[in-house]
Design a protein. Sequence first.
Length: 395
Amino acid sequence: MKNLQKTLPTILLKKVIHRNKIQLLLLFEYHQPLIDTIRKIEGYKWSKTLRGWYIEFSSENITILKETLKNQVTFTLDTTIYKPAVVKIPREKRVISDQNKDIIRLYVKYLKGKRYSESTVKTYFTFIADFFHYIKEKPVIELTNKDVELFIEDVFVPRKMSISSQRQLISAIKLFKAFYPECKIEEIKLTRPKKSKILPTVLSKEQIIDLLRCTKNLKHRAILAMIYSAGLRISELLNLELNHIDIDRRQIIVKNSKGRRDRIVILAESFIPLLLNYIGSYNPKKYFVEGIDDEKYSAESIRSFLRKSCINANITKRVTPHTLRHSYATHLLENGIDLRYIQELLGHAKPETTMIYTHVSKKDLLKIESPLDLALKGMIENNKTAENPRLSGNY
């Protein structure tokens, strides 16, 4: 503390919600010696969003801070929980000519005639409408591959759209060329970027149980348990009807899922008491889970209470409903279930899609010993009279 000047700035201590946790935020005027001292206290991080140093809020962390700085600093405490507002930049309103609007309507009709799913039609419509807004008054018949490239460079890249979205855009353009062959876009020269090979987030079995235990609302717990125990997509959960759940045969019929395929999945025996309790308490009419006026439940509602349950269960990973499906598949593989059966249970059209779970499964990885472990074991075997070598201390 001797290197700190006597005239230190006042530190404002605030409670803030950051990264889904209540944090202790330090706000003060720029003072390099004070910053250097805070850096030495374990756990503090700088946030560009909050424009200050923060650590998880607790009386212990406040005590450590005050003990470290002692009487050198004046503290002001603001106990009001502050959540920084997320500023949403409104998207520019599309300006499309009436003629091009008619072309887009016919394109949507063409997609529906090809029996594409509602979500696919909506996605492709959005991309083509944005594209038409970008080209402004340029006649559609004069569109070329260069227009597509410029659209990606000027719109997709600044918006930080994902690789998968760009692949969908190319698919939408290719279908538009088939629908409107008069334009000068050469379909064969349209290339999709390579898929990102990102491993899925997976929760451990213990974390799944903690998540369910920390979900106090009966309806919410039944939803999460159903998604995990049957490996359902969120759309399959929302469209699941009560008459497709066969308790006697312990099976669930998933109707018209992705790719317009039906499949049968297992109804977990341990889930049945929770299922009966939920149905008896909430009395849903048609769907397994229903919203207001017996309508379909909202996907955003599920994402919302799942985030809260993760906070209550002290799960710091980014968890979505699809994470529960990833966890279901990974745990099946770790339990020794054949990959072909997992493919059927998940409803994957190609085995390559299911193969990704071989990269996140611990089953075989845990059998591999690190060279460091082998080196230490070798030292023990060569000198059996010596104490076991430990990396944390002297040999």
